[in-house]
Design a protein around this ligand. Sequence first.
Ligand code: NDP
Length: 322
Amino acid sequence: MQYRRLGKSGLQLSALSFGAWVTFGKQVGRSLARDLLAMAHDHGINFFDNAETYNNGVAETLMGDVLADLRFPRDSYCVSSKVYFGAVDNPLPTQRGLSRKHVIEACHQALQRLRVEHLDLYFCHRPDPDTPIAETVAAMDTLVRQGKVLYWGTSEWPAEAIVEAHRVAKENHMYAPTMEQPQYNLLHRERVEQEYAPLYDAYGMGTTIWSPLASGLLSGKYNHGVPAESRLAQPGYEWLREAVLEHDASRLDKVRRLAPIAAELGVPMAQLAIAWCLANPHVSTVMLGASKLEQLEQNLASLALLPRLDAEVLKHIGQAVA
Ligand code: NDP
């Protein structure tokens, strides 16, 4: 495993990490969750990502249960939660968003579900137009000072909102966000590569990037239709299928154009897509998702491919998805 600093912070995360979205509590039950986390930890993964909203808290409960069962030393891994969407269907106004009340109550609930005394990373899952940024920064600062959160960050915040959070924190001598959690993959590049470009040096911002395979699309598994039991066939995720697969047919064309490059290198497409994310120095960690052990095993091998992605290969990849 390779370890990278989370921005300018002293925290070193494994370059590949592992998250629970969709899978934990839906496609993945307790036994498989245990095997996945054990395999991840065995391979040096030290960051497990979660959120209050993932299967309405069930993903956190399952992860907490399995982490306790596996008895990994607490100082050998980091675990996260994210606050904003709430952990119930049709949340009341106090059960969602980034108000001081919900940020702090959601943290306490996540600590209970994950069975830990602190969250290593805690993210504002989206910007909240109904809460002043200063209120959210102050709530996060409180949690950090109480030792319940070690590093806080944002997820999918516009650059100007991140700048505002830093301004408020600096003016009030509060803890500023350390990291952002954006989507980043071969089909979704603009925010990480352009919008956030001024933030990396200015604030030492780290990134924990999500959906490196665009929910599996970049593995090539959807090139000839939607396999039964795949993520985009899951009941309740029709919106995701529309967004990932059906909304823009050119995405599938791009994936198909990547296939010969992976074949030339003699690697599965998923490894090519993940290694490409790792090649960006502003990526602190690439968060993997997996519904099967074989997928995680295959994806872990992406690190070995990274040194082979020289300028020429990167140019061909860029041309394929242009
Ligand atoms: P990916 O884009 O890598 O998608 C993972 C899914 O792709 C797997 O569950 C599996 O789905 C399929 N897959 C994975 N590996 C392979 C393979 N080798 N071959 C074929 N299919 C494969 O990542 P996620 O979208 O899961 O994102 C990773 C993590 O990021 C999440 O778990 C979550 O923690 C975080 N996240 C954060 C968000 C945010 O807003 N902050 C939003 C989304 C995710 P299947 O087998 O079912 O087809």
